[in-house]
Design a protein around this ligand. Sequence first.
Ligand code: ZN
Length: 572
Amino acid sequence: MNRHRRDFLALGAAGVVGLSGRAFADPQEPDLIVHNARVHTVDNALPKAQSFAVRAGRFVAVGSNDIKSLAGKKTQITDAKGMMVVPGFIDTHNHCGAGGFGLDKAGGAGLLYDVMAGNPYEVERVSIASIVAKLKAKAATLPPGIWVMGYFLDDTKLSDKRSLNVHDLDKVSADHPVAVVHRGGHTFFVNSKAFRMAGVTKATPDPYGGTFDKDEKGELNGRITDRAGSMVFKAAKQEQFTPAQQEKRRLEGVAFISAKFAQYGLTSVHHNENGTLEAIQEQRLRGKLKHRVSYEVNDVLLEAMIKTGIASGFGDEWVRLGATWEHTADGSLSERTMAMRAPYIGMPASYHGNITESQDDLNKWCERVHRAHIQLNCHANGDVAIDRVLTAYERALKLYPRANARPKITHCSLINAGLIKRMKALDVVPALFSTYPYYNSDKFHFYGQEAMEHMIAFRTMLDAGIKASAGSDFGPGPFSPLMGLQAMVTRTGWNGETWGASQKITLDEAIRVSTLNGAYNSREESDKGTITAGKLADFVMLAEDLHAVEPSKIKDVKIVRTVVGGKTMYQA
Ligand SMILES: [Zn+2]
């Protein structure tokens, strides 16, 4: 319903008579017209335009500058002065900064209130001394025995050029368990007190799907991986908050991260986090939600949906239930724990990463979720894990055929020809790392050039007709969509290294990946992803035409304005 009609109906219900023409503008009058723009529509029917009109939150006309003639008295007119306008960017995998440590960290609260052991948004080198100092300050505010936590560590962005270890963290406190969480979320660095509280010694065997790492003398070095983390974390309590504090953290966190998304040009984000749905809805009512949410479901919410028959897609154009949360099948790329057939360079030949679930359990989970009309989504990085996930998807879709099931694979990093064929056959929608080739280029020597030619394989997937999308995985990866475009186009990192150059895609392809393919990923392509009459008016104005700047400078182009549903959510 458009705004004017709604106003009219509201007044009509109040019994107002004698309507003057003055109070009611032409119901066809646009709310907003942008003209003199280089509009990159991502719509094949009309790839380039100069102008568009918006009414009631949707594009109503796209074309030449003649559109300006549709303006009425109340139409706001923006002269873009030749600036590039693109559809709003869509991030198909984002944890919103939650470290996986429960509600108190969710929805941006962690970013606002917790110790940051690295820069969440940009490449920045930090010193171990600065991390220790921040943690020490935090420890001073907490009673003994309570976890002192740091987040967003990146082991390859330390200016000391060595790993954080147990001895560094022993300097923080002898009375508190201390942990620093890698931004990848699969590895942790802890102090001696934490090991003592958990009863872990150098003789403790590695649990299934995890490790307690040792130094060259065979002593615990403080690094623990994947499932070893949960063993240690349950040994002590996390910082406690009152219900009022929790609510404040959650609400302010949501507002904080939503504003950040708008600042970087994101208009839709797939939230892979728990427990923030209520805060998101509250902030929507308060007008502080600046992006659209595809809320990926897990835990009690997933169970409730299965029990009550609520399917993916439930909700509206602002807040909608999406696919499931990434159901984990293996470890991580950035932390070298993904399940690969080939051995890791420089590691024992027997180490092939961590598989985190049996094939049988994976099959059962996929069958149950898919049967309930909920869009499947598994996290799989390595070729071994992707193979297992596809096996479970093939089985589930065969048991319960569904139109447009579009099972999602989060990351889907290391592929081969056989996997691509199977993905295409199922119309799998992958959410590939977007910013990694720029941000994590300092980690790719662990895989080597040969493997990198098959990793984060945008070129191969687009050529095969697979609708790959951009999933930042924030925290692990920064979410800046322009950094993502630069990474896809150049495959060159912040340190100047280029990895897997055969997977480069063109700028126009990268924009499509980051817009329309993102909409396809959540089955919302009829509403989002292109600048097309009838679709939601989500767009971004850029200070420079991305086609005209050096590919190595794409990430630095200024976002001038981010608009969602015709409303300006960020302005530089
Ligand atoms: Zn993730």
